[in-house]
Ligand binder design. Structure first.
Ligand code: RB5
Length: 149
């Protein structure tokens, strides 16, 4: 499975540890940048990562900025993307299991590298429950997208 990873300048320091960790779990990683601490604009990298998922090249994504919030807002502007900004392991697991989230976002200025790697484990190791009310609710999200995006 391929995982797309992106960040802005405020998420750049933590990205290499996240990438290394994801590769060590047996995934292939596509890195859409940014590649330095130079100031840049998070929507550019969120958009690039979402396109990798929507084209089918990657299945899941990880986006990192200062807070994780800008990345999640930008990613959720794309039809078919369900991005969750998390800073605890429980939410990172549940957003896969219940919301079928396809992008995990977090903030380098909010959490440390240890928590970031735990979030990645929780997100990547979890599976969408794909039954009952979860399916109904995710379909409702798609309907909202159809009507509003
Ligand atoms: C950059 O300064 C910062 O605003 C950005 O990384 C992110 O936190 C936005 O949500």
């Amino acid at each position: 499975m391929k995982i797309v990873i992106g960040c802005d300048h405020a998420g750049f320091n933590i990205k290499s540890a996240v990438k290394e960790h994801v590769v060590s779990k047996g995934y292939e990683v596509i890195d859409v940048g940014t590649d330095s601490n130079a100031s840049c604009h998070y929507p550019v990298f969120a958009d690039a990562a979402c396109k990798k998922i929507l084209s089918g090249e990657c299945e899941l994504g990880i986006l990192i900025c200062g807070t994780g919030i800008g990345m999640s807002i930008a990613a959720n502007k794309h039809k078919g993307i369900r991005a969750a900004c998390c800073s605890d392991v429980f939410s990172a697991r549940l957003t896969r299991e219940h919301n079928d989230a396809n992008i995990l976002c977090f903030g380098e200025r909010v959490i440390g590298v240890g928590t970031a790697l735990d979030l990645v484990d929780a997100f990547l190791d979890a599976k969408y429950m794909n039954s009952g009310n979860h399916v109904t609710r995710v379909a409702m999200l798609s309907k909202i997208e159809e009507e509003n995006l």
